[in-house]
Write a protein that binds this ligand. Structure first.
Ligand code: LP5
Ligand code: MN
Length: 239
């Protein structure tokens, strides 16, 4: 049976070399023997475009490439910080982009994979922002701007986001329970795996199609966090 690993929300950035080191160690130690590594969004704190080939970004691309060349496929989903990851990044790193709502069948179970931000439907200000920045024409225009200008936009957006989040309730910034049920019934899957909320947990819920589960992956700010699915079943790790 194939072996799968899942991570999300590493938020890699030059200012946190400890997280980058932990990620490199993770790739070296945990991925040998793994068939597929799924990165469910926000691998990077901010991704300004595939032409932003800083020394830092290149070091991550190189580590991913080494891993894919060793025989572990890497599938990556867009997060709300790195939704501009594109084809050039994929070519250089050996990763493949997958979409929100990708399903995976393992041992008779269907898993549904998402970053998680699309499920925060009560956060209407965020959903509006998301719709704008996920628009292909908006992205095309944005990517023609010089890097310095893109960086300034990203900094403004971060500041606006932090200010907005301070006013929002915890419930608004979490997934909407009904949106989770609707999504699991629509696809349909028994297990949803997502990140984004930084609230690692396993939730059990009732849908019209039966009992379902929602596994929330943790971020890497304070510790490494991952999930495996293999012959032993589903296991979560926090180190
Ligand atoms: O990111 P986090 O965890 O703090 O909060 C998220 C939601 N916020 C975002 C915004 C990002 O943090 C911004 C950085 C993205 C960098 C992308 C790179 C280049 C693109 C630059 C784009 C201009 O995702 C937050 C959610 C929270 O998760 C929980 O789900 O609530 O949503 C918001 O804060 C949205 C605000 O409520 C409204 C929009 C603020 C941004 C306005 C941008 C204006 C400046 C730029 C002009 C185009
Ligand atoms: Mn996120």
């Amino acid at each position: 049976m194939p072996r799968y690993l899942f991570i999300s929300d590493l938020h890699l950035e030059p200012e946190r070399p400890d997280i980058t080191r932990a990620f490199f160690d993770f790739l070296a130690q945990e991925t040998p023997g793994i068939d597929v590594l799924y990165i469910l969004g926000d691998l990077f704190e901010v991704w300004l475009g595939d032409d932003h080939l800083s020394e830092f970004n290149l070091s991550i691309i190189h580590a991913l490439k080494k891993t894919t060349e060793r025989g572990t496929a890497i599938y990556i989903l867009h997060g709300n910080r790195d939704f501009l990851l594109g084809e050039t990044f994929c070519r250089m790193s050996g990763c493949s982009l997958i979409d929100d709502y990708t399903t995976l069948d393992v041992a008779g179970m269907r898993y549904l994979l998402m970053h998680g931000d699309a499920l925060c439907t009560q956060d209407t200000a965020y959903q509006q922002f998301r719709q704008q920045v996920r628009d292909p024409q908006w992205q095309k225009d944005f990517l023609t701007k010089p890097l310095a200008e893109r960086l300034a936009f990203a900094q403004q957006a971060r500041a606006a986001s932090q200010q907005a989040n301070a006013q929002k309730s915890i419930a608004i910034m979490d997934v909407t329970p009904q949106a989770v049920i609707d999504t699991l019934e629509k696809y349909p899957a028994q297990v949803l795996i997502h990140g984004h909320t930084h609230r690692p947990n396993i939730h059990h819920l009732q849908t019209r199609k039966g009992i379902a589960h929602r596994i929330v992956l943790g971020d890497w700010y304070e510790q490494e966090s991952w999930l495996t699915i293999d012959e032993k079943g589903i296991s979560t790790y926090e180190m």
